[in-house]
Design a protein around this ligand. Structure first.
Ligand code: PLP
Length: 306
């Protein structure tokens, strides 16, 4: 399969040509903010739908605001750029994209000049069989240190430390606790559990990213498609061990089941029935098999008014 080209500052370029100066703040300090999102191929519609673009643009702008840098593109420009990179690569399959705004200036205090690239890549599902997780001994960085609400590249070093330790210890993925000792999230995903028939997830003030998938589930998919309310509350460590089911969710993770935590099997140690239902319904919505929520799916090839 051919290599996908990158949209960089207004032009489609080959991967090898998408380069940044080594002394830029972007390379040296990782001064960037980004979004990760997916577009889904719908065979019946012969269309590629990017999921919840507007919400990703809004969050990108919030991250840019917190980092005090601006990028000279409107949401309409970004919308067109996403469709240009998908169309320009003639993509007719599911694809993941990173949308990255970065600072080219030099130094810790650099806020300008800035640039932006959109990097599409093929990325399969994380795991259908379910993950074996551990509670990490690394603490999720807190809002007054390196806020996770702010989606910048350097934040991911916290998750990387936890992930590498989890793997070294024989697990698939870590669950990070926050400085208050409550459950925060996974390295790049929001955490949900099922206890006593109810879906539970930590609040947005638990040192978690304000996840778009989380909002999709809490505000619409769970109550209005599945008839299930989600409880947002703090979760204790020991609740993890007696949960009936659990899953990670996110644009990249989609709905990824968790089957054990610290070697305690959840339920019967298989992917749980509620997790399966959430997964099926979510995948139908993002792909447009379920025709509801059309406003969340930006078509690539059909003309759209933005
Ligand atoms: C740290 C973190 N938490 C949660 C999520 C899930 O967020 P979203 O559903 O917006 O992709 C992500 C994914 O980007 C993430 O990186």
């Amino acid at each position: 399969m051919s290599e996908l080209r990158i949209w960089m500052n207004g032009a489609l370029v080959d991967q090898a040509a998408a380069v940044l100066p080594v002394n830029s703040a972007a390379v040296f300090y990782g001064t960037n903010v980004f979004e990760g999102l997916r577009a889904y191929w719908n065979e019946a519609d012969e269309e590629l739908y990017a999921f919840r673009l507007q919400e990703h643009f809004t969050r990108l702008r919030e991250s840019m605001k917190m980092m005090r840098f601006t990028v000279p593109y409107t949401d309409v420009d970004l919308d067109e750029a996403v469709r240009e990179v998908l169309r320009g690569n003639a993509i007719r399959e599911d694809v993941h994209m990173h949308l990255v705004a970065y600072v080219v200036g030099v130094g810790m205090d650099a806020t300008a000049p800035t640039g932006l690239y959109i990097n599409p890549r093929r990325r399969g599902r994380i795991s259908a069989a379910g993950l074996s997780c551990c509670v990490s001994s690394w603490t999720r960085t807190s809002d007054n240190a390196i806020p996770i609400r702010l989606k910048c590249g350097p934040n991911y070093q916290n998750g990387r430390l936890a992930l590498l330790q989890a793997k070294a210890d024989g697990y698939d993925a870590p669950i990070l606790m926050n400085a208050q000792g409550h459950v925060a999230e996974g390295t790049g995903a929001t955490f949900f559990m099922v206890r006593k028939g109810r879906l539970v997830t930590p609040p947005v003030t638990a040192d978690v990213l304000e996840s778009i998938t989380r909002a999709t589930l809490i505000e619409e998919v769970c109550p209005n498609v599945l008839g299930l309310e989600v409880v947002e509350r703090e979760i204790d460590r020991t609740e993890l061990y007696v949960a009936d089911e659990a899953f990670f969710c996110g644009s990249g993770y989609e709905i990824t089941p968790i089957v054990s935590i610290d070697r305690f099997p959840l339920g019967d140690g298989q992917v749980g029935p509620l997790t399966r239902r959430v997964l099926r319904v979510y995948m139908d919505v993002v792909r447009g098999v379920d025709k509801r929520y059309a406003e969340w799916r930006t078509p690539t090839y059909r003309g759209v008014t933005v």
